[in-house]
Design a protein around this ligand. Structure first.
Ligand code: 6GU
Length: 228
């Protein structure tokens, strides 16, 4: 699967791409990530990519005559991909969207700064606008990393067997939080591991786990039990 990231701050991604599971997936050829500096599509002396908003007001707006040619050129590099624009105005990201997106062969992630893009970027490119939640970030870079990480876990071969066999909370058909986990020591500062988990009775362990998941979900995320 190929990702193209379009950003004014490619350096933000260097640790993300060179560490841990993502690096393993890239080295294994399961994921291919290309970074593009939006400023490279500015042809003026100062490499201007933004300008003051018409009508006045604070902040700067990313220019349509930089962004649209940039995306069009990147789309032509190979078979065109699914274009995502990271913005707080987008649909809220969730596991189900990750499950849909992993079906794509290629995804482009266009990172904005907070004030956003000229509306004509949206009108011309019709991107899939995505937000990662109701809070404010300075730009789309951290949101892009969030989306890549959630998708790449779903690519066959990226996770070890043990992890991939797990049915995660939030995946479709599963609307319960994970159960409490324990490991050694059996007792620490007067707190003991629930006796059933030490019993070796798998049926009883499974029953306890399901009960624990139901209780936790009811207490912490009752919306998961009722919302569709
Ligand atoms: Cl995708 N971008 C920005 N700037 N802020 C956000 C966001 C995205 N998602 C949540 N907050």
């Amino acid at each position: 699967m190929r990702f193209d990231i379009i950003t004014l701050f490619p350096g933000i991604f260097s640790g993300f791409l060179s560490e841990s599971m993502l690096k393993t997936a890239i080295d294994a050829g399961l994921i291919d990530i290309h970074l593009h500096q939006l400023r490279d599509w500015a042809d003026d002396k100062h490499q201007t990519v933004d300008d003051r908003p018409f009508g006045g007001g604070p902040g700067m707006v990313l220019k349509v005559d930089r962004v649209v040619p940039c995306i069009e050129e990147i789309q032509r590099l190979t078979e065109p991909g699914h274009l995502i624009l990271l913005t707080p105005q987008g649909r809220t990201f969730r596991q189900q969207i990750a499950e849909e997106l992993v079906q794509q062969k290629r995804i482009l992630l266009l990172c904005g700064r907070y004030e956003g893009f000229d509306q004509r970027v949206n009108d011309l490119l019709q991107p899939d606008e995505i937000s990662i939640g109701d809070f404010v970030l300075n730009g789309g870079e951290v949101a892009a990393m969030t989306i890549i990480e959630s998708i790449m876990r779903l690519i066959p071969g990226v996770l070890g067997d043990e992890d991939s066999a797990r049915i995660d909370s939030f995946s479709s058909g599963n609307r319960l939080l994970e159960e409490s986990q324990y490991t050694r020591p059996r007792e620490f500062r007067g707190l003991s591991v629930p006796e059933i988990l030490l019993s070796g009775n798998h049926q009883e362990v499974d029953k306890w786990r399901l009960q624990n998941r139901l209780e936790r979900t009811k207490l912490r995320r009752p919306d998961l039990l009722t919302d569709s």
